[in-house]
Design a protein around this ligand. Structure first.
Ligand SMILES: [Ca+2]
Length: 395
């Protein structure tokens, strides 16, 4: 599999203008440097913004890897959520998966412009990985196939005309928070292209996944997820399948576990607490990704369907897709997403939908741990808060 020249070329070619567009979009959409939580949700910003711009630095903007603080490990006991009645699976349960029965549901979220309007969707039943794919699982795949992820491949000179050869270094985009409060419209303040960052070295070359075998694999590009899926005999879920599974049978609830962010004062997902992006108080126990299944599962038995790391879906991202879908009829069955992609904050950059939010989501900034919240990213770009999980059809 090759690096997609269209995407990376576009990114490096328009790096500075992308930044300008981001800033322009921010103000156009009503944002301000002292954005409130409501601003953060309504303006359409996500905690992934600025990633393209950071990547455009390829080498030139590479920074030393950020220090890795030890997690406080105030472990959350993974107690069960109240379970809805789930029909029995159609056959033997594949290892590590759970049966998602399929059905009809309300899809959307009133908190975000690109997740409106609410609309009726139905999906067929499918198997889904209980957890995000882990480093340990991905290592088995790499050992068996010798697969090399996109972040481990040096960018090709022909894809980046004009870039100095010394800048064409393999790496990936890493969350590198400043040590002081910054304006939330300057994404360069917390995303950096780090030479040598990849799934084996999530925060940079000196970091390691030793003792992180049960953490979600990160720095996974969409094509990396496809390659793993082919090997595993599975596929990337559609956006509708992800949301159906995420909601766990609960109708139009803000969270995959119900109505409250912290029922009984208990954290239900790995998100960001404190002051974004400079001070993570990690009250939930984790500064970055947590081991999978560190928090309670939803009613279908799925872990980390909110927070921890963003997960790829197979749908192209368009901010207006739900409006189009509603115009086509009262019920969409197994929708596959739009045929093209449009993110108004970065027009011309094709993106796939991310789902679930990450350890960087906070009510101060993007809040997309809320059920139905949508993220997006270029298919050739993973970061240290993007991973995946897979589904399998009934055979
Ligand atoms: Ca956290």
């Amino acid at each position: 599999m090759q690096v997609r020249p269209d995407s990376r070329t576009m990114t490096i070619g328009v790096g500075l203008s992308v930044c300008a567009l981001l800033m322009g979009a921010w103000y156009f959409l009503g944002g301000s440097p002292s954005a409130s939580a409501e601003d953060g949700m309504r303006s359409g910003i996500t905690c992934g913004m600025g990633i393209s711009a950071a990547k455009a630095g390829l080498g030139a903007a590479a920074v030393s890897e950020p220090p890795v603080a030890a997690d406080t490990q105030t472990a959350q006991p993974a107690t069960e959520s109240p379970r809805t009645k789930v029909p029995p699976p159609p056959g033997p349960v594949p290892e590590g998966m759970v049966w998602i029965p399929g059905g009809e549901f309300w899809m959307g979220a009133e908190e975000f412009p690109d997740a409106q309007p609410w609309h009726r969707v139905s999906v067929d039943g499918f198997w889904m990985d209980k957890t995000e794919v882990t480093n340990g699982q991905f290592a088995k795949f790499v050992k068996a196939t010798k697969y090399v992820t996109l972040a481990e491949r040096a960018p090709r000179a022909e894809d980046f005309p004009g870039a100095p050869p010394e800048n064409l270094v393999a790496g990936s985009v890493v969350f590198s928070p400043p040590d002081h409060a910054v304006k939330l419209n300057d994404h360069f303040q917390w995303w950096s292209y780090v030479k040598g960052a990849n799934w084996r070295h999530p925060e940079g070359p000196k970091s390691t996944i030793k003792d992180r075998g049960n953490y979600p694999v990160v720095h996974i590009a969409y094509d990396d997820a496809l390659a793993y899926a082919k090997w595993a005999g599975k596929r990337v879920p559609t956006e509708a399948e992800f949301e159906f599974a995420q909601r766990g049978g609960l109708e139009r609830k803000p969270y995959s576990w119900g109505d409250e962010l912290k029922p009984g004062g208990k954290f239900m997902a790995n998100t960001f607490q404190g002051h974004f992006p400079d001070k993570n108080t990690k009250e939930d126990g984790y500064e970055r990704a947590a081991p999978v299944a560190s928090f309670p599962p939803n009613s279908y038995g799925l872990y980390d369907m909110a927070g921890n790391v963003w997960e790829w879906t197979s749908d192209w991202y368009r901010h207006d897709y739900y409006k189009t879908l509603v115009a086509e009829g009262p019920l969409a069955h197994n929708p596959l997403g739009p045929v093209d992609s449009l993110d108004p904050s970065e027009p011309g950059v094709k993106k796939k939908v991310h789902r679930g939010g990450s350890f960087l989501c906070t009510d101060q900034y993007c809040a997309r741990y809320i059920a139905g919240g949508r993220g997006k990213g270029e298919p050739d770009t993973g970061t240290n808060h993007v991973g995946f999980r897979l589904v399998r059809d009934v055979r």
